[in-house]
Design a protein around this ligand. Structure first.
Ligand code: ZN
Length: 167
């Protein structure tokens, strides 16, 4: 396993639409292991493949708190098939270190995907896990949390990230 470098906004690779995984292979499982290790080291609750420069439709999530056993979930070729209700969560993103902003998303989502063994599954969830699924799924389409903010907040976050890039 290896910790990969996490790309930060405004890296253009974060804006690419990721490619579907044709088949879950050992290579996919190594990618998932690396992504998990990178996410835990950061630490974060979710990481999508484009964030480490891999243009594949894969993300990992673990929303377990410090005193809970870890619960790694891998999503390969995910598809959100239903969204209901509305919730606002203060979100962070490993591609926007130390920035957290309120983002409005669906309250409940149903997602279909394959796991690390290539087995299809369907999950209906709400709360933080639903937020994480929507946030990570957006990464696969090159959509970032900054896109979900109002104009003023978006400008402020953009300016802050540009400043850091220069500094
Ligand atoms: Zn993110």
């Amino acid at each position: 396993m290896a910790i990969r470098t996490i790309l930060h906004y405004p890296d253009p690779r974060l804006r690419e639409k990721a490619q579907p995984v044709p088949a879950v292979t050992d290579e996919t499982r190594i990618l998932i292991e690396d992504m998990a290790e990178t996410m835990y080291a950061a630490p974060g609750v979710g990481l999508a493949a484009p964030q480490i420069g891999v243009s594949q439709r894969v993300f990992v999530i673990d929303i377990a708190t410090e005193d809970e056993p870890s619960n790694l979930m891998a999503f390969v070729n995910p598809e959100i098939v239903s969204r209901e209700g509305e919730q606002v969560w203060q979100e962070g993103c490993l591609s926007f270190p130390d920035i957290s902003e309120d983002v409005k998303r669906a309250d409940t989502v149903t997602v279909r995907a394959m796991d690390a063994e290539g087995k299809p599954f369907e999950l209906t969830t709400d709360g933080l896990l639903a937020v994480a699924v929507q946030h990570e799924n957006d990464h696969l389409d090159g959509v970032l949390m900054i896109d979900k903010l109002g104009m003023l907040k978006r400008k402020l976050v953009h300016r802050e990230m540009m400043k850091r890039q220069k500094g």
